[in-house]
Design a protein around this ligand. Structure first.
Ligand code: FEO
Length: 413
């Protein structure tokens, strides 16, 4: 791949990680992800963020770098917006090639840099409002945006072009292959990248939604013309679109999210599974959008995106050895970690011979601000009564979702 020109003297160097890798060692990426570094050239040349040192990606990166007609081949500066290794693990090798490289980063990032790589030389600590003048009108100004996505994170704004290098913020899953900008997307690709942005957000950023809102406020005074994230599409025609998407995604934490239901169900011997059709029938009879996932067949990384966007969650889960069915416990614990808060919830499931799943669920979700409708639980196999209640309780949940959604957003009523 060649470098992608964004503006005079500004290029993107995207490399793609393919779908067989797990992002952060745990998140499936069925459509891969791009890692975008950037080059800004004035009299001096700066790299903004780097790439992961994996497979042949550094070679791809070098090829892209050499495709830019730089006046000088020397890289003078590196700006580190964020220390996570997907953007920094190749840094020791870059320093071997450029021992005089001057590095600009926040004070917290310097601490992380030392602990990850033992690097302490040629560091320049910067904070909000500090700048780096590259000459020829190119000025990089820095804005600390902690916890999007780690505590040390900042963003970098090139003032003459209005390009914001936002690192993880405003990013998405999905590789870049011939299409790099929002104005190049077909209608189908727009939907694709919106969904990939949501899943990326739910997996990576969701826990820090409060900081996303603060970060967006920090940027509100800038004359933004382009948003250039370190993952996914570059937004040059309508940068406000991805800001609006992220504002929406962040708002889901406190609710209401979308007026949709996510059903997540599991079953050991089919007794909990026998009620699933009645649940689906109940929700579909109302016309509300329903997302269905089975556990453990579906990965929690995929389920998180549906759950994050849905105001209502239905949990089909049997008791297992006096507690929650373990694969479902893993999903629900991830909901706790990722702050899947403020949901309307129904649970159904077999109590086995003892019950216990509901008790553990109540304990686990104490701090999630979930509002439950009365659960449906039975010993052994379900009968006609449980199936009928499953249908009516699903409809009751839909009504609760609608009541909340249209009371909080009356303009949509
Ligand atoms: Fe793309 Fe938080 O690293």
């Amino acid at each position: 791949m060649k470098a992608v020109k964004i503006a005079d003297g500004i290029h993107c160097l995207p490399v793609n990680l393919e779908s067989y890798q797990l992002f952060e060692g745990m998140w499936p990426m069925p459509h891969g992800i791009s890692i975008n570094a950037y080059v800004v050239e004035g009299d001096k040349t700066a790299l903004i963020d780097l790439i992961e040192d994996t497979d042949d990606k550094p070679a791809d990166f070098q090829d892209e770098l050499h495709s830019i007609p730089l006046n000088e081949r020397t890289i003078d500066y590196l700006v580190i917006n964020h220390m996570e290794p997907d953007h920094t693990s190749w840094l020791p090798k870059l320093i071997e090639e450029n021992p005089n490289l001057q590095i600009y980063l926040t004070k917290k990032a310097a601490g992380v840099l030392k602990s990850f790589f033992g690097i302490e030389k040629n560091l320049h600590l910067v904070g909000t409002g500090d700048s780096l003048d590259l000459g020829q009108g190119k000025v990089l100004r820095f804005y600390e945006t902690p916890n999007i996505h780690w505590p040390e994170t900042m963003m970098t704004f090139e003032e003459s072009s209005g390009v914001l290098f936002s690192c993880d913020a405003f990013g998405s899953y999905g590789t870049l292959d011939g299409v790099y900008f929002d104005d190049q997307l077909s209608a189908e690709q727009q939907v694709f990248f919106h969904n990939e942005a949501l899943r990326y957000y739910a997996n990576i950023v969701a826990s820090f939604s409060t900081f996303v809102i603060k970060g967006i406020e920090t940027l509100s005074g800038l004359d933004l013309k382009v948003i250039a994230p370190s993952h996914g599409i570059i937004w040059r025609e309508n940068p406000q679109a991805i800001i609006d998407s992220y504002t929406h995604f962040a708002s889901y934490m406190n609710g209401p999210a979308e007026p949709e239901i996510t059903l997540i169900w599991s079953s050991m011997y089919g007794n909990t599974g026998k009620v699933v059709d009645s649940i689906i029938e109940g929700v579909r009879s109302t016309g509300m959008t329903l997302h269905v996932h089975r556990v453990p067949e579906d990965h929690v990384g995929i389920i998180l995106a549906s759950a994050w966007r849905s105001s209502g969650i239905i949990i089909g889960m049997p008791t297992y050895e006096y507690e929650m069915f373990p694969p479902m416990a893993w999903v629900l614990d991830m909901f706790r970690r990722k702050k899947v808060w403020n949901k309307k919830v129904l649970r159904f499931g077999s109590a086995g011979w003892s019950g216990g799943a509901q008790r553990e669920l109540d304990r686990l979700t104490e701090k999630l601000k979930w509002e439950f409708v009365e659960p449906i639980e039975w010993f052994g196999a379900p009968g006609a009564e449980e199936k009928a209640r499953a249908k009516s309780q699903s409809q009751a949940l839909v009504q609760l979702v609608r009541d909340q959604y249209f009371s909080d957003t009356p303009e949509k009523g």
